[in-house]
Ligand binder design. Structure first.
Ligand code: GLU
Length: 354
C-alpha cells in the first residue's frame, strides 16, 4: 500500500468492499443452492405404493407419477399380487397408497367377492384420491384355439389370476354368469407374466387379465406369438352388468395390440388411487393435482384414455375421498358430496349421475 496516493487507497478500499459483497453474495447463493438440493433430495412424505406386478399397468403408471412427483413426496413402488393384496397391506399400515380396482374397493367394503371372509367395511383406514383409467377384463387364448366364447372354457386349463388379485374376482364372477365355477375348469393362479409364458408353452389354454390395455405382458405375447382376445356378445355384457353393476362395457379397439385386427368387446372396471387416511391433506392434494393435471401423459400408453375430467375422477368410486383429494376435486367441479355421517371417514363421497 505504500506509495499509494489517497485516490488509489480509496479505489482499493472500494474494490475490497465490492469483493466482500460478491463473496457474501456467492455464499448466500451457495446456501440457497444447498437448501434447494436438500429439498429436491426427497424431503417430502415417503409413500409406499402398492402396484401389482411389473408387467401390469399399475406399475408403469406409478413409475410415471414418481418421475413427476416433485419435492413433496417420495414414491416407493411395492409390487403385490394385485388389488386385494394391496388393500389388505394398506389397511394394515404396510403401504401408504395403492392402485386398485373399483370393484374390489366395493367388495372390501361390503364383504363380497375376494373379501367374502374378511370385509374391511367402515374399519377402513384408507380413502380414495382419484380414479385413473379403465381396466379391461381380457381373456387371452391362442389364435388357433377352439375357445370362441366364455362357455368354451369349461374343462380347460385357465389362469384366473393370482390369489389376492383383482383379476381372480373378475374371472370368478364372469365364469359364474356363464354357469361355470372354478371346479369346472383346471384353475391356475399365475401372474400376468407367468400366464403369458404358460400360454406360449401351451401349458394353459387361456388366461384372465384385468388391466389397462395394452397390458405389457399381453402386448409382448401378441408380438411374439399368435394369440387373440375373446370378445363378449352384447347380450353377455348386459347379463354380466345386471349381476354385477360395478362393471362398465368397454371396447379394446383394433390395433391396440399388434396383429389385433378387430375390436374386442368386454367389461371394465376403474383403476383407482387410494391413500392412507393418515397422510396429510397437503400431500394428498398435491398428489391428486399432479395426477389430474398430468393425466394426458400418464395415460399416453393406455388405449382410449386421455385427459382427466371431473366425472372420470370420481366414476365408480364407492368409498369416501381423502379430504386432500376432495378439496382438489371439488375445485375442478367434480361431484364429491360431503358425507353427513362422516366424521370417522374422510367425509366426502364421489357421485355419478347415472
Ligand atoms: N387389476 C389387476 C389386479 O388388481 C392389476 C392390474 C395391473 O397390474 O395393472 O389384480
Amino acid at each position: 500500500m505504500r506509495g499509494m496516493n489517497k485516490r488509489d487507497k480509496r479505489n482499493n478500499r472500494n474494490t475490497r468492499f465490492k469483493g466482500m459483497r460478491t463473496l457474501r453474495g456467492v455464499s448466500v447463493l451457495l446456501m440457497l443452492l444447498s437448501l434447494m438440493m436438500l429439498t429436491s433430495c426427497g424431503q417430502g412424505t415417503d409413500i409406499r405404493i402398492g402396484v401389482g406386478s411389473e408387467k401390469g399397468v399399475y406399475y408403469s403408471y406409478a413409475q410415471k407419477i414418481k418421475e413427476i412427483e416433485g419435492t413433496w413426496a417420495t414414491l416407493e413402488l411395492k409390487t403385490t399380487a394385485g388389488s386385494a393384496a394391496s388393500l389388505r397391506l394398506l389397511q394394515k399400515g404396510f403401504l401408504e397408497a395403492a392402485i386398485v380396482q373399483s370393484d374390489v374397493l366395493d367388495s372390501a367394503d361390503k364383504g363380497t367377492g375376494v373379501f367374502i371372509k374378511d370385509a374391511i367395511g367402515d374399519k377402513r383406514t384408507y380413502s380414495a384420491a382419484c380414479g385413473l383409467y379403465t381396466e379391461a377384463v381380457q381373456i387371452v387364448v391362442r389364435k388357433d384355439s377352439d375357445i370362441k366364447n366364455v362357455d368354451d372354457l369349461t374343462g380347460k386349463v385357465v389362469s384366473v389370476g393370482e390369489e389376492q388379485s383383482g383379476v381372480i374376482q373378475n374371472a370368478e364372477q364372469i365364469l359364474q354368469v356363464f354357469g361355470i365355477s372354478f371346479s369346472d375348469i383346471q384353475v391356475k393362479h399365475l401372474s400376468f407374466e407367468d400366464s403369458a409364458n404358460a400360454l406360449r408353452k401351451k401349458e394353459i389354454d387361456a388366461f384372465f387379465c384385468t388391466a389397462g390395455a395394452p397390458t405389457p405382458a399381453v402386448a409382448e405375447l401378441f408380438r411374439d406369438s399368435e394369440v387373440r382376445l375373446l370378445s363378449l356378445q352384447g347380450e353377455d355384457i348386459k347379463r354380466i352388468r345386471k349381476h354385477y353393476p360395478g362393471y362398465t362395457s368397454c371396447t379394446i379397439q383394433a390395433g391396440t395390440y399388434e396383429k389385433q385386427e378387430e375390436d374386442v368387446y368386454t367389461v371394465g372396471v376403474r383403476a383407482v388411487l387410494v391413500v392412507a387416511n393418515h397422510l396429510d391433506k397437503v400431500t394428498v392434494k398435491k398428489l391428486t393435482e399432479t395426477i389430474y393435471t398430468n393425466a394426458g401423459s400418464l395415460n399416453r400408453d393406455i388405449a382410449g384414455e386421455g385427459d382427466m375430467t371431473a366425472e372420470k375422477a370420481v366414476e365408480s368410486i364407492v368409498i369416501p375421498f381423502h379430504s386432500g383429494a376432495s378439496t382438489y376435486l371439488l375445485s375442478q367441479g367434480a361431484k364429491v358430496e360431503v358425507d353427513k355421517n362422516g366424521e370417522k371417514n374422510d367425509g366426502a363421497y364421489g357421485s355419478q349421475d347415472e
